[in-house]
Design a binder for this molecule. Structure first.
Ligand code: HEM
Length: 408
């Protein structure tokens, strides 16, 4: 099925973002692979097709994964061109170059580092829950927990000074709009300047860690530069840090918020988690399937090819609807049933294959700890305002409610 298909799909539409499942079902059924002229992208909706794309990095390059999703205004292009270092490192790199950078990053992201982070995650979570409790019923759990927890953890891992957190969060929010949203020309110019400043901050951080090593990811990564400065340049190291600093919290903030929303809205689920913390890992897996915080990802074809039997030309930009894949009845029995005992990890929320999310274990750990501590402290947790509509940031890929008030 190709262009001319009658399905009208606007991925930034508030109605779609509030409940994307009906549109996903329609696309899977009626237009599983189709060129969308408004997006100038080929939209792919079925699990088998998306997995096949992820499995074949030679035909489906990741080069466009971080590009602005919509054309930039000339003014923003000029700001960007002046100060930006046009480097590819991990999620938007291909081939041996990607594999090498991934190997380096894995070392700085070892099981030892993760284990060392667990007490930090727990301590941070408990402190944030203390503050929520002090704020009293009606508190916003996104602002109070889902937002600061992943930021604190990833910035600790990277070795960023805690006093820079607010600035980093603001830059990350701009990056979200810049690469995945449709900002106005004025916003584009501002966010382009912020992206340049954010990247310069990472350069300065890498230079500082080279001079003053510490016990963190950045220092571990720089060992490869010390061993062979040409294998990993300082600019590449800074770009990896830049990538991690964004990937490590926007995704996880939304995942935490989606998890709380789903576990509170589905009858009986919160009570089950309170009664048996052993059910929490299953709930984490099912949230990842049912309510992934990354609902779409991008690729670009390197040659003429076919996807699910549809011919797609070389240079085609693809929008892979991960969320639609996670609800595909061809893979999951009764996909619209939220079942914390499902034990099926075939969801594509972390991608698949060569680019499989490096942060998956950390994101799951953060969610598990947050659910453990919240069920312990607030067995009677519920939404404070279940009838008011939720708001979602208008962008292609990252989905989670911006605010979620709770009582206990
Ligand atoms: C602590 C949190 C996280 C960190 C540090 C992190 C880090 C990363 C990194 C470094 C990559 C690039 C890997 C590569 O190209 O080789 C990546 C890819 C990705 N991550 Fe994460 N991530 C985190 C959380 C999440 C979460 C919660 C989700 C969604 C539920 C997610 C979804 C993805 C996806 C879809 C990709 C792209 C996979 C592909 O291109 O095939 N990440 N992540």
């Amino acid at each position: 099925m190709t262009g001319g298909c009658p399905v009208h799909f606007d991925p930034l539409d508030p109605g779609f973002l509030a409940d994307p499942r009906p549109m996903w079902a329609q696309l899977r059924d009626e237009a599983p692979v189709r060129y969308d002229p408004d997006l100038d992208m080929w939209v792919v909706a079925r699990h088998a097709d998306i997995e096949a794309v992820f499995r074949d990095p030679a035909t489906f390059s990741a080069a466009n994964a971080q590009d602005p999703a919509f054309p930039l205004h000339p003014e923003a292009q000029a700001v960007f061109a002046q100060g930006w270092v046009p480097l590819k490192t991990l999620s938007n790199a291909d081939g041996e170059y990607h594999s090498r950078n991934r190997r380096y990053s894995l070392v700085g992201f070892s099981p030892r580092r993760l284990r060392a982070l667990e007490p930090v995650i727990r301590r941070t979570t408990i402190g944030l829950i203390d503050d929520l409790e002090a704020a009293g019923p009606g508190a916003d759990v996104v602002r109070g927990l889902a937002f600061p927890l992943p930021a604190t953890i990833i910035f600790t891992l990277l070795g960023f000074p805690p006093e820079d957190t607010d600035q980093l969060k603001a830059w990350a929010n701009d990056r979200l709009s810049f690469s995945w949203g449709r900002p106005s020309p004025e916003e584009q110019a501002r966010t382009a300047a912020d992206m340049v400043a954010y990247r310069a901050y990472c350069d300065a951080h890498v230079a500082r860690r080279l001079a003053e090593p510490a016990d963190d990811f950045t220092t571990d990564l720089l060992q490869f530069h010390r061993d062979d400065p040409e294998q990993l340049t300082l600019a590449e190291a800074a770009h990896i840090v830049f990538g991690f600093s964004f990937a490590g919290h926007e995704t996880t903030t939304n995942l935490l918020a989606n998890a709380l929303l789903r576990c509170l809205d589905e009858p009986g689920v919160w009570d089950r988690l309170v009664a048996d913390s052993g059910a929490i890992p299953g709930a984490v897996e099912e949230v990842l399937r049912f309510d992934s915080s990354v609902i779409a990802w991008r690729r670009i074809t390197t040659t003429d090819t076919t996807i699910g039997g549809t011919a797609v030309p070389a240079g085609a930009k693809l929008l892979l609807l991960i969320g639609a894949a996670n609800h595909d009845p061809a893979v999951f029995d009764e996909p619209e049933r939220f079942d914390i005992a499902r034990a099926d990890s075939r969801y594509l929320s972390f991608g698949w294959g060569k680019h499989y999310c490096l942060g998956a274990p950390l994101a799951k750990l953060e969610l598990e700890v947050a659910l453990q501590e919240l069920t312990r402290r607030f067995p009677g947790l519920r939404r404070a305002d279940p009838d008011s509509p939720l708001s979602y940031h208008p962008n292609l890929s990252f989905r989670g409610p911006r605010k979620l008030t709770v009582s206990w």
